[in-house]
Design a protein around this ligand. Structure first.
Ligand SMILES: Cc1cc2nc3c(=O)[nH]c(=O)nc-3n(C[C@H](O)[C@H](O)[C@H](O)COP(=O)(O)O)c2cc1C
Length: 385
């Protein structure tokens, strides 16, 4: 039976519980941005100055947030972003988050760097999910990943374009991030404080990178994300590869990590079905602008040719509504759902989605709208965006 989480009234509540329950190494991995974390903080902060216009005495019945993202019907314009190590926030985390997303009616994306494999998630869900691809030097392995995603009936491929080199997050180095954690004294002491996490983890066999172990050749040190990344991620990846990947995949393609109009135009020309305005949640290029700041220019440059989505910094339904008002057709959430997952597993992800839904729905109503598809800039105060 689903737990009553009605006292969890906002994402910050879920974050606080996750902080208590999840081993420090993995909580830090989620919450961190690169270097000074200036982009991480601006991503969220830059939503604040954008203000809504209150409207009154409008019939508010029959409201709907239902729309489509790349032709798929969604209960609200939000998808679960691909995140690595998710099965370390909570045992079998990817499966639990995919189930919560499926029941709620929003898309789930599985990372290349997930703990549960593509096949595991497919076997435990009934709706097609999206697969996020990191391009590796080992092209045979990459092609195999694409084939596996096809065989698992994934309905879109997300090509992440902003991680050819890894942004440094200080805490990951200091904590010695690895999956599973190494049995050091400090780790043992930390795990002793999280009995529930340990209990669940003892009851799953999924404790390292399920898409990679047993599939990739020459994997020398998979327990360390940074060494794996520098060894295996392909720094040569370029726009020329996009057409080849699109051909190999043969289905819906989404390009993730666009921050300029020039790159947005290239993404639109590449024939992709959607692009995601993303700075990887402030985890890659520190000192970059927030995504909400660059959204309006990108929408006006390519919004009529390709679906423009946004992620990075979303912590409320109001943030999502601001994105939609500024022309995004969809959004993705990373940290917000991970905090729900770390706090309460599948129930926590469901609660995260409920919170965002309610916040978005109520705000839309205050702004005088009943249908998300009709929301535009008119709900925002001119001069605040
Ligand atoms: C813990 C964590 C792991 C991530 N791993 C991946 C990944 O494996 N692939 C990817 O494309 N993006 C990854 N991202 C980026 C997310 O897909 C997304 O762009 C970002 O989380 C959005 O920002 P938000 O966390 O502020 O919502 C990760 C983000 C987080 C927080």
């Amino acid at each position: 039976m689903a737990r009553d989480l009605s006292k969890m009234t906002n994402i910050e509540d879920l974050r606080r519980v996750a902080r208590r329950k999840v081993p420090k190494m993995f909580f830090d991995y989620v919450r961190s941005g690169s270097w000074t974390e200036s982009t991480l903080h601006h991503n969220t902060r830059d939503f604040d100055p954008i203000k809504f216009q209150q409207r009154v005495l409008v019939d508010m019945t029959n409201r709907t947030l239902e729309t489509t993202m790349i032709g798929e019907t969604v209960k609200m314009p939000v998808a679960i972003a691909p995140t690595g190590f998710t099965g370390m926030m909570y045992a079998d985390g990817e499966i639990l988050a995919a189930k919560a997303a499926e029941k709620f009616g929003v898309p789930f994306s599985l990372s290349t760097m997930s703990i549960c494999s593509i096949e595991d998630v497919a076997a435990n869900t009934s709706k097609p999910f999206w697969f996020q691809l990191y391009v590796m030097r080992d092209r045979e392995f990459m092609e195999d990943l694409i084939k596996r995603a096809k065989a698992a009936n994934c309905s879109a491929l997300i090509l992440t374009a902003d991680l050819q080199v890894l942004g440094q997050r200080h805490r990951d180095i200091k904590n010695g991030l690895s999956a599973p954690p190494k049995p050091t004294l400090l780790n043992m002491m930390d795990l002793a404080l999280r009995p529930q996490w340990c209990w669940h983890m003892l009851h799953t066999k999924r404790r390292t990178f399920g898409n990679i172990v047993g599939h990739a050749k020459n994997v020398s040190d998979l327990s360390s994300l940074s060494s794996w990344t520098s060894e295996q991620f392909d720094p040569r990846l370029s726009w020329d590869d996009v057409a080849r990947i699109k051909d190999l995949w043969g289905g819906k393609l989404i390009i993730k990590g666009i921050m300029t109009t020039d790159d947005a135009e290239k993404a639109a020309k590449s024939g992709a079905d959607a692009l995601i305005v993303s700075n990887h949640g402030g985890r890659q290029l520190d000192g970059a602008l927030s995504t909400i700041k660059v959204l309006p220019d990108i929408v006006s440059a390519v919004g009529s040719q390709i679906e423009v989505w946004l992620d990075s910094g979303i912590v409320s339904g109001q943030d999502i509504l601001k994105c939609i008002a500024l022309g995004a057709k969809g959004t993705m959430i990373g940290k917000s759902f991970l905090y729900g997952l770390g706090a309460y597993g599948e129930d926590g992800v469901r609660r995260c989605l409920e919170i965002l839904y309610t916040e978005m729905d109520t705000t839309m109503a205050f702004c005088g709208h009943t249908d998300i598809k009709k929301v535009g800039k008119e709900i925002l105060v001119p001069g605040t965006y």
